[in-house]
Design a protein around this ligand. Structure first.
Ligand code: SAM
Length: 289
């Protein structure tokens, strides 16, 4: 394990994850970096100011918001070129995850300068680690559209994907979104609601989508705070029995009479003779047309 005191590198952009609620989740390395850099580019200097105060960090800040990110990126690249070390933080969690940050990082790469991510909290990984879904693949969607029609359209192509899918949602839309998710993914699909992660009223509830909506509706406390919803992956599609043995039947039919092809296909696949015979008839017809 690396335990040396950190010396911040010149001309480097540190992309620093900050807590999503519990201040103890700021890592010792992040504290060193935030202390050691020349300037901190913060999404909201008031929010980050409180974090810095808590840890007794006096590094100057500048504001890097969505609307000024491009212009600010140019200025920060100049500072990096002049030798400064810069840290970038968002209000909570990991920058550039449903937050500003990607444009500055891209500009620093384009200028041939060093980008150093400093990992830490993110609502995405925190919720996923508490979901218990065994599917090894994950799709991070982030925020769905605010209007129901567009939200339903966005959900539709996701429902058959073999990936656990992660959504962020705001409290004033949580009930509407849960309803659209249940309608789209189906009331039986298992999901996790992770509310107020790492905070006092943290709640994780894992249940079929059809149960989560009435549960959240019944208790107004469950509609407050910040939310991540993780939906389990679609179950594997049942194999299509109709053409499961085409790869065997096809070459046999090309060389042999139908009855003989079916008999050999049955020996190879062990599939029922009738099913193979009917499929062979269809294939033969298609091959002759
Ligand atoms: N960059 C952040 C990250 O790495 O998680 C996400 C920023 S995004 C603007 C804010 C959204 O993240 C919230 O609306 C909520 O969906 C989710 N979120 C952030 N903190 C959370 C928490 N403590 N509990 C649950 N969800 C949270």
């Amino acid at each position: 394990m690396h335990t040396e005191p950190l010396i911040v590198s010149k001309s480097s952009l540190y992309v620093v994850a900050t807590p999503i609620g519990n201040l103890q989740d700021l890592t010792p390395r992040a504290i060193d970096v935030l202390r050691g850099v020349n300037v901190i580019a913060a999404e909201d200097t008031r929010v980050t100011g409180q974090l810095l105060k808590y840890f007794g960090i006096n590094t100057p800040m500048i504001s890097l918001r969505e609307h000024n990110e491009r212009a600010m990126a140019e200025k920060l690249v100049q500072r990096l070129q002049a030798g400064d070390a810069v840290a970038q933080v968002s209000d909570a969690g990991t920058p550039a995850i449903s937050d500003p940050g990607a444009q500055l990082v891209a500009a620093v790469h384009a200028a041939g300068l060093r980008v150093i991510p400093v990992p830490g909290a993110s609502a995405l990984t925190t919720a996923l680690s508490g979901a218990g879904f065994t599917c090894p693949h994950t799709l991070f969607y982030g925020f769905l559209p605010p209007k129901s029609r567009q939200r339903q359209d966005a959900i539709a192509p996701l429902v058959t994907l073999p990936y656990a899918t992660v959504f962020y949602e705001a409290p004033h839309r949580i009930l509407d979104t849960l309803k659209d998710l249940a309608d789209g993914f189906g009331h039986d699909r298992t999901a996790l609601i992770a509310r107020e992660l790492t905070k006092t009223f943290e709640t994780l509830r894992r249940a079929p989508l059809g149960e989560l909506l009435p549960w959240a509706e019944a208790d107004s406390n469950q509609q407050r705070g910040e939310f991540v919803i993780v939906i389990d992956a679609a179950p594997p599609a049942a194999p299509d029995e109709t053409n499961a043995h085409d790869h065997v039947l096809h070459p046999l039919l090309a060389e042999l009479p139908l009855k003989q092809a079916v008999a050999i296909a049955q020996t190879i696949t062990g599939a029922p003779r009738n099913a193979l015979y009917e499929r062979a008839l269809e294939l033969k017809k298609a091959m002759q047309s």
